[in-house]
Design a binder for this molecule. Structure first.
Ligand SMILES: Cc1ncc(COP(=O)(O)O)c(C=O)c1O
Length: 397
């Protein structure tokens, strides 16, 4: 690797294929994230990109106390790292409802929030939670129809989980569009015992316009309708304590909006990746995670085969564009199997089995989850390994 930032004193004992985290670059990405946000208090970064406790500890050290996750295992990892304010940005359904209760029993010090976009599973969660709350309302005994969830009429909430109403702002993945149905649902949440309305979740993963002024216009349009909707809820007398908004591409735009309810939730930027680097030239983050691979064969004069199959680097980008090799920019990835990647390159004769190559994953988030642990480099030296702690679906609850 010619880029000095990725120089390592000795790679001879490093296993391949592996994922290598450059801690100093992670630190500079975090510093840039906080700078853009204006304050660590405005951030709620998503941990799904890395799933590593040590990264959370770096964020906590920077004063970032609010965190976001996609699975209960990630929530548990956050709790174990000392996070006390966790937003599980996912709709609990099925046995996961019971897991929320178990999570709170195990981590009573954690303030947990979840998303919701449908009255039935939210009511099921509310009932489970109300059943374990110390103050019991008689009306809880007979929950019945969809329109008659157990309610409190005095606003008293006892150790409640907060439910953020998931707003579909254009991605059409989850959520409700702002409007009367969403407003009614928020009112219903406010009336359920066991849960509390926690605000709005506004994830705009479709706002990936390369042109930053186009992206800005799209984000502002979303924000205007969400803020108007928030004002309607406030006029209903309902609390809207926060609006968790944005990913890597949009959080700088949300950050420039002066509204104390906004919490910014980028994820990928902690490690960044080749894909986002190409897509968002306006962002000033460094790729802080590389894959390390070795040549295992030279099956033809113009071919180099690496030990970098799709069990070591994410395969959701199209075949042929899953990893960039800065040392071989013109190489064409012609075949990838579980444990093999075949490159076609006129420079093949430069390589022998055992030679090392560094690659930039196009999509780092699923790549992290393919590795049980990662190497960590700082100051040009290998300083240890970090476990990808929440790559497992279940930790203990
Ligand atoms: C709900 C939610 N919030 C935040 C993020 C972070 O977005 P990004 O990875 O673009 O930073 C994601 C990414 O998938 C997400 O699904």
């Amino acid at each position: 690797m010619t880029d000095e930032r990725y120089a390592i004193a000795d790679t001879s004992q490093m296993l391949s294929p592996s994922l290598v985290i450059f801690r100093d670059l992670v630190e500079s990405n975090l510093a840039e994230m906080v700078r853009i946000a204006g304050s660590p208090a405005r951030l709620r970064p998503h941990c799904k990109t890395h799933k590593m406790r040590e990264v959370i500890e770096l964020e906590l050290a920077r004063g970032i106390t609010r965190h976001k996750c996609a699975t209960i295992a990630e929530a548990e990892m956050l709790a174990q790292a000392g996070v006390r304010d966790i937003f599980w940005a996912y709709n609990p359904v099925g046995p996961n409802i019971r897991r929320v209760v178990r999570f709170l029993e195990k981590y009573p010090q954690v303030k947990l929030a979840v998303t919701g976009d449908d009255a039935r599973p939210i009511a099921m969660l509310a009932e489970e939670l109300a059943a374990v709350q110390p103050v019991v309302d008689d009306r809880l005994a007979a929950p019945s129809t969809e329109r008659d969830w157990p309610v409190v009429d005095d606003g008293a909430k006892h150790g409640s989980v907060e439910v953020l109403l998931d707003i579909d702002c254009g991605q059409h993945r989850t959520g409700r569009p702002v409007g009367p149905a969403a407003r009614l649902l928020y009112q219903q949440i406010a009336r359920m015992k066991g849960v509390t309305p926690g605000g709005l979740h506004l994830y705009d993963g479709h706002n990936h316009q390369k042109d930053v002024s186009e992206r800005r216009a799209a984000v502002h349009a979303i924000w205007q309708s969400a803020a108007k909707f928030r004002d309607e809820l406030l006029a209903d007398g309902l609390p809207v304590p926060r609006i968790v908004a944005g990913g890597t591409a949009s959080f700088p735009i949300f950050a420039a909006i002066d509204d104390p309810a906004i919490e910014l939730s980028p994820g990928t930027i902690v490690f960044h990746d080749w894909g986002y680097g190409v897509s968002f030239p306006d962002l000033n983050f460094s790729v802080a995670a590389l894959v390390f691979t070795r040549v295992i064969s030279r099956p033809a004069d113009d071919r180099v085969t690496l030990d970098l199959g799709y069990k070591a680097v994410a395969s959701d980008p199209p075949a042929g564009s899953r990893v960039l090799f800065p040392a071989l920019p013109g190489a064409e990835a012609v075949l990838q199997n579980e444990e093999h990647l075949v490159l076609k390159t006129p420079e093949a004769s430069r390589f022998q089995p055992g030679d090392e190559l560094w690659g930039m994953p196009r999509h780092i988030c699923p790549t992290s989850a393919l590795h049980k642990e990662v190497y960590v480099v700082s100051g040009g030296r290998l300083i240890g390994t970090w476990a990808v702690a929440s790559r497992d679906r279940v930790l203990t609850v």
